[in-house]
Design a protein around this ligand. Structure first.
Ligand code: HEC
Length: 131
């Protein structure tokens, strides 16, 4: 467990070093959502997701195994197009991005100045960082 956390931290440090050298964000560790957005997402999660999921399913090792290294667009589309499982497509962009912000914040990703937008082309260029 300690080794795992250490390697996650090491990886994240490398990613933020890369972020300092580049101007535009490259990963979810570069502050791609706001604190207010993540907070709104937490409320939405309770309302729309908690009857089937706990946030623990989308944090730590479980999250890293599925999502680390994939484009942020993949997670966005998974939420926006397939969830809630019994009402797929019912969320819309605002809610889907807020839910994603909540999940990223729950994984220790830093907040930033600009809210996460549902721009698929941009989301495809952002990689989900390991935490
Ligand atoms: C009615 C039950 C139900 C609700 C409500 C629901 N889900 Fe799911 N969700 C599932 C099931 C079942 C799976 C796994 C099945 C699959 O892989 O298709 C899943 C899979 C997922 C996955 C991919 C697997 C993973 O661990 O990353 C994500 C992300 C996800 N749900 C997010 C959400 C979010 C966000 C909400 C709230 C908007 C939500 N779900 C609401 C049933 C639900």
């Amino acid at each position: 467990m300690i080794g795992f956390l250490r390697s996650g931290f090491f990886w994240a440090s490398l990613l933020s070093l890369a972020a300092c050298m580049e101007q535009s964000p490259e990963t979810t560790a570069d502050g791609i959502f706001t604190a207010a957005q993540a907070q709104r997402g937490e409320g939405l999660f309770d309302q729309h997701c908690a009857r089937c999921h706990s946030i623990e399913e989308f944090t730590g090792r479980a999250f890293n195994t599925i999502w680390a290294g994939t484009p942020a667009a993949a997670l966005y589309l998974r939420i926006a197009n397939t969830m809630p499982m019994d009402q797929p497509g019912s969320l819309g962009t605002e809610q889907s991005t807020a839910l994603m912000a909540h999940i990223l914040a729950s994984n220790g990703m830093p907040t930033g100045e600009k809210p996460l937008a549902g721009d698929l082309e941009w989301l495809s260029s952002i990689l989900i960082a390991q935490r």
